[in-house]
Design a protein around this ligand. Sequence first.
Ligand code: RIB
Length: 328
Amino acid sequence: MNRQPHIVVVGSANVDLTTFTDHFPRPGETIFGREFHLGFGGKGANQAVAARLCGARVSMVARVGDDLFGPATIENFTARGIDASHVWITPGVSSGVAPIFVDSSGQNRILVVKGANDRLSPSDVEGASDLLRGADCIVLQLEIPIETVYHTLRFARAHGIRAILNPAPGQALDLAEVSNADYVIPNETEAEALSGMPVRTLDDARNCASKLLAGGLRRVIVTLGANGALCAGADGVRHIPPFAVEPVDTTGAGDAFIGSLACFLASGCAEAEAIARANLYAALSTLAVGTQKSFVALERFEAEWRAVTYPPSPPGGGFPAPAEPKSR
Ligand code: RIB
């Protein structure tokens, strides 16, 4: 790392209730699940943890409930070395929770109850303005009110601070507001919600990214799971190949990508390498169960990075045929 960046995440914190099951019950049916895990999650918190593990100084701006989970979530941030001085407990509201179901292929289905996350307001962001002004990068997702997201993006643009928006969970957005972000990073489903067009293939992803750029977005990275990532901007489109792994649980892999990417970019890494690193960081997170607890520490990541071949992309940054996954 060239320098230690300061990253501020304005976003959600949940507690994840993860059930592993080979089948899903039909309406009216009761079946047995295989295993259960309780862990800290929430897209914002996960991204903060990933950035912290990759070496950034990280601050969180968030709201939790006044239940069992609220103080525990704050403690989790503090134990991980994340500044939680702008994480507030909201009286009379539950914390965000996420019942998650993971099938035998490692694929997940997530239901989020936003709870206190839905109370994070533009005035909270104003209350954290001194903190935000000192950030190298502000990271946002969509598990908090949309007006708070737009407000923070406007703040970031007005103060010349790099902003990354992960438009998750997917929804239609005001592209004029979103164009205040330096990077918009959806997965295929979120890209579909944002653009209104299907994103099932690499070609779809390229067309979708072009449409979003034409709509005013500055830079778009579509994360493609096992197919890597596609980065598009005024300078063209580039496909960054994946790292082949046998996933156990993909929950939080997108957050591992976003948090690590924020750190790699802000610490001075060139964009293509930062994305390739984030691809590997996300791939490694799928090898263990859970969200935050599946994220690897910097030392392990650097050892894995040294063991792979980089750069693998075709010269010119064109849009190649679907790449063979690189082996680790
Ligand atoms: O991206 C994974 C996360 O989505 C989980 O941690 C869950 O809390 C939901 O926010």
